[in-house]
Design a binder for this molecule. Structure first.
Ligand SMILES: [Fe+2]
Length: 185
C-alpha cells in the first residue's frame, strides 16, 4: 500500500505552551519536535509560528501550530460543521485502560463524555483540548476476524442505502433489523 501509517495530523492551537502541558500531562504523549519559522515553509507567507509535534507509542504524531498573527482564511470554525464532527482519535490498549483514562482525566478536571459504543466496533470517550479541539480515546472492541470482514463486506451496501435515503429509516434492508446497529444473524 502507498500509505503506510499516520505520520501526523495538524491543527491550530491557541497557545503552544498550554498545548504542550495538555498533551504531555493529560495524555502522556512525547513532545518530540518544535520548529520555528517566520514564513510558512510551503507558501512563503509571513506568519511567525511554532510547529510542535507529540508522538504516540507507534511513532505517529499529532501536531499543532501557534501562529498568533495569522487571521486565517475564515474566521473561526466552519459554521456548517457541528462541533462534534472534527476530532482526533487516539487508540488505547483495552477497555480497562479506557475507563482508567476517563477517571484520570476527570480527576484532572476535564469533562469527559462516554464510553460510547460505536457499532460493537470501537468504544470511545470524548473531551476537548485547551484550544477547543475535540479529542477521542478509543479502544477496538471487535476482535473476531469474521465480524471484521463482515463490516468490510457490508460497507458498500451501507453507503448505497445512504445514497438512496439519506436517513436510516430503511436500515433493515442492510442490517436486517431496525434497532441500532445490531445485525440479525
Ligand atoms: Fe471518532
Amino acid at each position: 500500500m502507498l500509505c503506510k501509517k499516520l505520520h501526523h495530523a495538524a491543527f491550530r492551537c491557541r497557545d503552544a505552551r498550554e498545548t504542550v502541558e495538555f498533551y504531555t500531562n493529560m495524555l502522556g504523549l512525547r513532545f518530540t519536535h518544535a520548529m520555528g519559522e517566520d514564513h510558512v515553509p510551503s507558501t512563503g507567507k509571513y506568519s511567525p509560528h511554532v510547529h510542535i509535534f507529540f508522538e504516540m507509542e507507534d511513532g505517529s504524531h499529532i501536531a499543532f501550530f501557534e501562529c498568533p498573527l495569522d487571521e486565517g482564511e475564515v474566521s473561526g470554525r466552519d459554521p456548517k460543521t457541528p462541533g462534534w464532527i472534527q476530532h482526533f482519535a487516539f487508540e488505547v490498549a483495552d477497555m480497562e485502560i479506557l475507563l482508567q483514562a476517563k477517571a484520570d482525566l476527570e480527576a484532572k478536571g476535564l469533562k469527559v463524555i462516554g464510553p460510547t459504543n460505536h457499532d460493537d466496533f470501537i468504544e470511545s470517550i470524548y473531551f476537548f483540548d485547551p484550544s477547543g479541539h475535540r479529542l477521542e480515546l478509543t479502544v477496538r472492541t471487535c476482535h473476531d476476524p469474521k465480524r471484521l470482514q463482515s463490516f468490510v463486506d457490508e460497507a458498500p451496501e451501507v453507503l448505497a442505502l445512504w445514497d438512496q435515503t439519506h436517513d436510516w429509516s430503511q436500515r433493515e434492508k442492510v442490517f436486517g433489523t431496525q434497532s441500532g446497529y445490531t445485525r440479525s444473524e
